[in-house]
Each structure stands twice: as structure tokens, then as C-alpha cells.
Design a protein around this ligand. Structure first.
Ligand code: 6U4
Ligand code: NA
Ligand code: NA
Length: 156
């Protein structure tokens, strides 16, 4: 088993959440929060703040670690560990990047789940309610896109 460590940051207001449209690479064409691989020599918190800045131009003073999503694929010894953070407090002006564009606010009821990873709707409710969570997701992958997800366990 090999672990890949990722971050995912959600900037929130009371009824809105900031999402970006992935313009290249993994998950292209899907809306998501901001994040990426944790680099050598940085902490998970530092990685989360760096990716948030790179992808949205926003700086976060404090991130609240809300939960973890793990992904595994059938017949693949790699497991992805995604550390999910939220913040209500950011500095700067929202700006898209080469990697994520556009970046915009969505009312909770308008979140575009049909254009997001298929597991998103299962654990976003926890993010929207600021609830700690653990989600274990197992995918069957065909080509580059996960097509079927078939296991999801929540432990609160
Ligand atoms: P490069 O292009 O190497 O700079 P990097 O920004 O380090 O990439 P990237 O964009 O591939 O990494 O990171 C993937 C992002 O997508 C992370 O924030 C984790 C997140 N993610 C991965 N699988 C996901 C899934 N099934 N559902 C989801 N987010 C996922 O909502
Ligand atoms: Na990224
Ligand atoms: Na990145």
C-alpha cells in the first residue's frame, strides 16, 4: 500500500462556498475546492495554504481541519488521503489561475454536483454544516475518470 497525501480547502460564508473549475490535469472540467499534493518539506497545513493561494489567490490565516476522504481504486495499491479544511477568514481578492478557472461563489443549494466528482454529494453536506467526518471511497476507474463508486462509509 502506497499513500498519496492531498489537501482540499473550502472557503465559506454562511450560505455560500467558493469553488473553482479545474482547467487541467486530474479532475479537469469538474468543480472542486482548492488543493493538491503535499510537497516534500512542508506540513499538510502549509501545503493546504500554498495550494489555496496558488489556485484562488486567497490567503488563509487559520484553517480548520474538518475531515479526511480516502480514495482507493480496484486493483491499485495506491491510496489517496485527502485532508479537508475549511476557513471563513481569508485575505485577498479571488482570482482564477491557469489550473482553476473560473473561481466563484455558490449558494449551498446551487452547488453543481452533476459537474463534480461523483462522491462529492455524499460528503459535502458535512462540509456545509462544519461537521467532522471521515469518508472512505472506493472507485472503479475506467480510463482517467472514476465511473462507479461503490463503497462509502462515514464515521462521525
Ligand atoms: P499538479 O498539477 O501536480 O500541480 P496538484 O495541484 O499538486 O497537481 P492535483 O490538482 O492533482 O494536485 O490535486 C488533486 C485535488 O483534487 C486535491 O485537492 C484532492 C482532490 N481530489 C482528488 N480526488 C478527488 C475526488 N475523487 N473527489 C474530490 N476531490 C478529489 O472531491
Ligand atoms: Na491542485
Ligand atoms: Na497545484
Amino acid at each position: 500500500m502506497k499513500l498519496k497525501i492531498y489537501t482540499l480547502v473550502f472557503v465559506k460564508k454562511r450560505n455560500e462556498i467558493l469553488l473553482g473549475l479545474k482547467a487541467r490535469g486530474f479532475g479537469v472540467g469538474l468543480w472542486n475546492g482548492f488543493g493538491g499534493k503535499v510537497e516534500k518539506g512542508e506540513s499538510i497545513f502549509e501545503g493546504a495554504k500554498r495550494e489555496l493561494k496558488e489556485e484562488s489567490n486567497l490567503q488563509a490565516e487559520n484553517l480548520n481541519h474538518l475531515g479526511v476522504v480516502t480514495y482507493e481504486e480496484e486493483n491499485n495499491p495506491v491510496r489517496s488521503i485527502v485532508h479537508v479544511f475549511i476557513t471563513y477568514n481569508v485575505i485577498g481578492t479571488v482570482r482564477g489561475s491557469e489550473e482553476m478557472n473560473p473561481v466563484k461563489w455558490f449558494k449551498f443549494r446551487d452547488i453543481p454536483y452533476q459537474d463534480m466528482w461523483p462522491d462529492a454529494n455524499l460528503w459535502y453536506p458535512y462540509v456545509l454544516q462544519d461537521q467532522y467526518f471521515l469518508a472512505l471511497v472506493k472507485y472503479v476507474v475506467v480510463g482517467t475518470m472514476p465511473t462507479t463508486h461503490y463503497t462509502l462509509i462515514f464515521i462521525k
